[in-house]
Design a protein around this ligand. Structure first.
Ligand code: M3L
Ligand code: AKG
Length: 534
């Protein structure tokens, strides 16, 4: 059995370890005598009181000679007043590596998960960012032969039966970001959503065309961040031409072509068989409910409106209204979150659009894991026949949509704005519903759809460029090239004020421990007494 343990114990003065018990290559620390200022130390990390987090079971706890938990474990720095600034402690057991971020903060990663997620250039293509490692050739019970924490991250060396050992390197930031046990708690909300009602009319989010078109991309980032935060954003000062509007759209990404064309212009007259191409009022809705993947952003630019009036634009924050429904009628919120709604676009004789699956999607869609609301899908005009409803659910479903509709048309929810030439409106079609009042005269609007993925991709790239909190993790190369190899493999300095014990033991079965030249174990502990394994 190969066990390797790297851990850092910060021991106070005059502290000594009476016995280090190596059994079958398993290192357990027990009977720690702590004459050092016990009151200052928090309970030994192993004890239940010390940690609210599920503590990883060390090998000792999983082996037959389990050691009483109050004697086992890592004694954290005396009453740490702030998160550990030191290198996190890594320890490995049968099938996981545990990382101690701070006395109450662990992450655990399965060996097979870590090997599969190696980001070295031979496992993860440095240009295409695609996996090269053959996931299915990784032994299910793979175990590391070396685990070492450096200032930048965790180094793991894996056995490779046919070639020399394989070294993987995981930046601490990467491990923290991708912790799944426990799931990573983002210490910064990505761009808090600001839910709004009619009052947003006082100061709707707006950027200028000049800002957005500036090659530094700072204005583009502001525009996309505002869309992410509010679900809408206006761009002022845009030349009132289709060409300028199309150029603006393409600052985000490629335009999504649909049955309405690529960059579209529309007026009344049914050029396309859809009510948008009429003078009729349109209630608050999201577009493309008949698509499996409704467009992400919708861009509108009123180029002109002559010989007539009306045609005001309606905007409603679907996330805001959903929060009201959830608060006031949680049962009806659940109905809208679970009942799929079929939809169609079938005006054109040669087209019949329906989503896949044909039963459609619920009005309110959520992240499968976090249960966070992620999309509102609502267009009662484009809704198909509800032929899949459970009979005893029919009336509750109508109760749900009637209540939803009532909240949508509440004056508190509706933001009405008269678009004018030169001001472009961008709407997140997965969150904000739009509509318009009836109009007469000649009304000429242009715009485009942009896919949600194109929008989110551009936002992510800009966020990593401009927001240090979202800096792309250093790649394997930058870290391996920058990091002093000896520091990676050497020991961190030993503080003079307290005895720091850096235990980095590469253990094979005891019989072979000394046989393998590169296996070494350095204990810098006063009065340490090693007893051979059983
Ligand atoms: C935007 N543009 C005018 C091109 C098309 C409008 C189509 C609207 C359609 N009823 C839907 O809800 O998706
Ligand atoms: O004409 C408008 O202002 C909006 C039309 C509309 O709702 C749409 O195109 O989806």
């Amino acid at each position: 059995m190969q066990v390797l343990r790297t851990c850092r114990l910060t021991l106070g003065k005059r502290m000594s370890i009476r016995r280090i018990h190596l059994s079958g290559g398993v290192l357990t620390l027990n009977s720690l005598s702590l004459p050092y200022n016990r009151t200052q130390t928090t309970k030994p990390f192993g004890s239940a009181q010390a940690s609210t987090q599920r503590r990883p079971r060390s090998t000792a706890e999983t082996t037959s000679q389990a050691v009483p938990s109050d004697q086992l474990g890592f004694v954290p720095d005396p009453a740490p007043t702030s998160p550990l600034h030191d290198i996190p402690i890594a320890s490995t057991d049968e099938n996981k590596i545990s990382i101690l971020w701070s006395p109450q903060n662990w992450s655990r990663f399965h060996h097979i998960w870590l090997r599969d997620h190696c980001r070295c250039p031979s496992c993860f293509h440095p240009v295409t960012k695609q996996r090269l490692v053959n996931t299915f050739q990784i032994p299910r019970d793979i175990k590391p032969i070396h685990v070492h924490g450096s200032t930048e991250g965790l180094e793991v060396v894996w056995p490779a039966p046919t070639t020399e050992h394989h070294s993987s390197f995981y930046p601490w930031t990467w491990l923290r970001e991708h912790s799944y046990d426990p799931p990573h708690q983002k210490d910064h909300q990505v761009n808090e959503k600001v839910l709004w009602g009619a009052k947003i009319a006082k100061s709707p989010p707006t950027v200028t065309y000049e800002e957005v078109m500036d090659s530094t991309d700072t204005g583009l980032y502001k525009w996309l961040s505002d869309i992410d935060r509010f679900g809408i954003c206006f761009v002022s000062g845009v030349p009132s031409t289709p060409k300028a509007t199309e150029g603006l759209c393409e600052r985000i990404g490629f335009i999504r072509e649909t049955q309405y064309g690529k960059f579209w212009q529309f007026t009344a007259g049914l050029a396309k068989a859809d009510m948008a191409y009429t003078t009729m009022a349109l209630g608050a809705h999201t577009d493309n409910t008949y698509f499996t993947d409704p467009c992400g952003l919708q861009v509108f630019h009123l180029l002109s409106h002559t010989d007539g009036s009306g045609g005001a634009t309606l905007l409603v924050d679907g996330f805001y209204v959903a929060s009201l429904l959830k608060e006031l009628h949680p049962d009806l919120y659940d109905v809208l979150s679970n009942v799929p709604i079929p939809a169609h676009a079938a005006g054109e004789p040669t087209l019949i659009y329906k989503p896949s699956p044909p039963s459609g999607y619920p009005t309110l869609q959520h992240d499968f894991l976090t249960r966070e609301l992620t999309q509102v899908r609502w267009n009662n005009d484009d809704r198909s026949v509800m032929s899949h409803l459970e009979p005893d659910l029919v009336e509750r479903w109508y109760d749900a949509i009637r209540t939803w509709h009532k909240l949508l048309i509440s004056p508190d929810s509706e933001f009405w704005v008269q678009l004018t030439p030169g001001t472009v409106l961008t709407v997140n079609n997965h969150r904000v519903l739009h509509g318009r009042s009836a109009f007469d005269g000649k009304r000429h609007v242009c715009g485009a759809y942009i896919g949600i993925d194109e929008y989110r991709s551009k936002l992510t790239v800009l966020r990593e460029k401009f927001d240090p909190r979202f800096k792309a993790p250093a790649t394997h190369e930058t870290l391996t090239s920058d990091v002093n190899q000896t520091e990676r493999y050497g020991f961190t300095s030993i503080a003079t004020t307290s005895l720091k014990v850096d235990l980095c033991l590469i253990m094979d079965s005891m019989s072979k421990c000394v046989a393998v030249p590169w296996i070494w174990a350095i204990l810098m502990v006063k009065d340490a007494e090693l007893t051979s394994g059983d």
